[in-house]
Design a protein around this ligand. Structure first.
Ligand SMILES: [Zn+2]
Length: 231
């Protein structure tokens, strides 16, 4: 289930492979199974109903082993240790932010990217938790790539030209991951602190969840971040 993991004294950040999780109850089970695989079976987990916006949720840490619904929103943030924040994706960009003292999980599809969800997350970490953008490490998970993310002009117009190129038949190809990377860098997150999984969810293999490829049958990938105890 594990696709990618980064762990140090400050935080644990990880992305899962695709799993069947199209409905919330299953999502919770998948997130818990992922935590177990990461060696954190009892870590409390918060997830949200994602609505393609830029609202921030700051859930309080529940009891060990609990999985809580934090509400509607696409950005989760916390300064509590041993508390996992998760977002789920299938083509959208999952973004995990780790800094001494706080972490955040962000779900950014084209709407979230156009609304600056990553920008909001960085500013929220600074304003609420006193996190310096220079201290943030960012992890961008697998998302639909510029090879496959074909959109109409109505969507493409929301992005700067450097993230858009012309496709066939009046369509455009958008690079969501690059747009989010640029947002983070513009907010002061060092380029050298931004890591990205480059595989495209649609054409990069069946272990990646893609709504564009599989439609309503698409699974979901879990992105999980937790501040580690002792910080
Ligand atoms: Zn592709």
């Amino acid at each position: 289930m594990l696709l990618w993991k980064a762990a140090d004294d400050t935080a644990l950040a990880a992305f899962s492979r695709a799993a069947d999780a199209p409905v919330p109850a299953v999502t919770c089970a998948i997130a818990r199974a992922f935590a177990v695989e990461l060696g954190a079976a009892d870590v409390p987990i918060a997830w949200a109903t994602q609505v393609h916006g830029n609202a921030v949720l700051d859930p309080s840490r529940p009891a060990a082993g609990a999985t809580i619904h934090a509400g509607e929103g696409d950005i989760l943030a916390s300064c509590e240790t041993g508390f996992a924040l998760v977002v789920q994706t299938a083509d959208c960009v999952p973004i995990l932010l780790a800094a001494p003292g706080a972490v955040s999980a962000v779900h950014a599809g084209w709407r979230g990217t156009a609304r600056g969800a990553a920008v909001t997350a960085v500013r929220h970490l600074a304003a609420r938790y006193g996190v310096s953008p220079e201290s943030i490490r960012a992890f961008l998970g697998p998302a639909i790539g510029p090879c496959c993310y074909e959109v109409g002009g109505d969507v493409a117009v929301n992005f700067a030209g450097e993230f858009v190129r012309r496709g066939c038949g009046g369509k455009f190809l958008v690079n969501l991951q690059a747009a989010n990377r640029a947002q983070l860098a513009a907010e002061g997150v060092p380029e050298s602190s931004i890591a990205a999984e480059p595989r495209c969810t649609r054409c990069g293999g069946a272990d990646l969840a893609s709504y564009r490829r599989d439609g309503a049958r698409a699974g979901r990938m879990i992105a999980l971040i937790a501040l580690r105890a002792g910080e």
